[in-house]
Design a binder for this molecule. Structure first.
Ligand SMILES: [Zn+2]
Length: 213
């Protein structure tokens, strides 16, 4: 299975990725992790990326693709892989296809964990964190017994800046404009599968297994 995993922030694709890996021993490749590892190891691409990040720039597709290419050459990718967080746009998807075609390991499936926007907003903007013990709550799904107060330690609950409505809206919009066209792209290739990311984690996983075949 050579899989690209798509899904908006809050859709729960990370959780499903973990469960897929428990069932199929293939590596999960996240470009964020690759980038951090390359920078830490001081590889040529890592050094190039570090210089760009330190100057406040965005690491180019070329560097990210280079990292992905190096990673896919590792022997553990022989039986497949899950790409998570990449590609992010159609240009990256096209470049990835070329790279994979050259390596004779084309994608077998692109899977979207789909959740409607209202639900995503609740999942993400509903988060509250205890100032004292960092316990997490969600005001819609797992509220504390007393509003604004931690069940465990009576600490005050707060909303992180990352979880504020404006920030979340922006993140979801970025996903829509950049990543959603990938769904069309992979549909045209005939490898697109979609699973609704609602219900229990195990229910969703059963649908994922069925979709992956
Ligand atoms: Zn607490």
């Amino acid at each position: 299975m050579r899989l690209v995993l798509l899904g908006a922030p809050g859709a729960g694709k990370g959780t499903q990725a973990k469960k897929i890996i428990e069932k199929n021993p293939i590596p999960q490749i996240s470009t964020g992790d690759l980038l951090r590892a390359a920078v830490a190891a001081g590889t040529p691409l890592g050094k190039e990326a570090k210089a760009i990040m330190e100057s406040g720039g965005l690491v180019s597709d070329k560097i990210v693709l280079g990292l992905v290419e190096e990673r896919l050459k590792q022997p553990d990718c022989k039986n497949g892989f899950i790409l998570d967080g990449f590609p992010r746009n159609t240009a990256q998807a096209e470049a990835l296809d070329t790279l994979l075609a050259n390596a004779q390991m084309p994608l077998t499936v692109a899977l979207t964990v789909d959740v409607e926007k209202g639900e995503l907003m609740k999942r993400l903007t509903g988060r509250r964190t205890c100032k004292n013990c960092q316990q997490m709550y969600n005001v819609y799904f797992t509220p504390p017994k007393k509003e604004g107060v931690c069940d465990k330690c009576n600490g005050a609950l707060f909303q992180r800046d990352d979880d504020k409505e404006e920030t979340i809206k922006k993140r979801l919009d970025v996903y829509d404009t950049q990543t959603a066209p990938l769904i069309d792209y992979y549909s045209r290739k005939g490898i697109m599968k979609t699973v609704m990311g609602v219900g229990s984690i195990d229910d969703i996983f059963r649908k994922v297994v069925a979709a992956l075949g």
